[in-house]
Design a protein around this ligand. Sequence first.
Ligand SMILES: Nc1ncnc2c1ncn2[C@@H]1O[C@H](COP(=O)(O)OP(=O)(O)OP(=O)(O)O)[C@@H](O)[C@H]1O
Length: 222
Amino acid sequence: MLKISGVSKSFTLHNQAGVKIPVMSEAHLSVSAGECIALVGPSGAGKSTLMRMAYGNYLVDAGEIWVGDVCLSSASPRDILMLRRQTLGYVSQFLRVVPRVPTTEVVAEPLLALGVEREVAHERAITLLKALNIPQRLWSLSPMTFSGGEQQRVNIARGFIHTYPVLLLDEPTASLDAENRAVVLSLIEQARARGAAILGIFHDEAAREQVCTGEIDVSQFL
Ligand SMILES: Nc1ncnc2c1ncn2[C@@H]1O[C@H](COP(=O)(O)OP(=O)(O)OP(=O)(O)O)[C@@H](O)[C@H]1O
């Protein structure tokens, strides 16, 4: 489902005499349906850079990234948007909050964008908000003023509301208490069971052991 082959990346610091920082060369990995692969390696090894390339946020210098039958590294911006809407989900560490949009709407939005009926989308949003222990009194408010852990759970609900065939997870349990961490791990297990291909960064080693089917040390690609 997700295939990264021969991917190289360096950053050019234009504001610092054009210094070029090579981050990765010839990176390769593949994630099949039902697998959850963890990117590991020391800080600065390039885990986040690889995730950003896999979401189409950073261009690759060389190589290819395939999501299903779409080559992300050469897709048009429009095709990338379609892919993100239907196929490729991404749970980042931080929620991007739009002021005044209620939490239920933030969570339901990926389904609404796919044309799912408002009532159905909202019902599913509420089921996830309940499972993730977001108190009902907060559902109609914008998540802008929520705590870090609450915002992360809203982000997770949004990322899991659609059955994306491919999911990218950036530290999905980072600021959660034990109870909510367990809920998130179970959502990941359910996604695997329905056949999602998952690539993630998990600094939480026990979480990795529980939900991941393999790991890739990205420092081997430098
Ligand atoms: N936008 C950028 N511009 C310049 N250099 C960057 C940029 N993004 C990342 N880098 C550099 O690329 C290298 C890899 O960074 P990256 O954030 O991918 O590492 P990481 O493995 O995710 O680290 P951590 O575990 O600390 O989050 C670092 O040396 C970093 O300085």
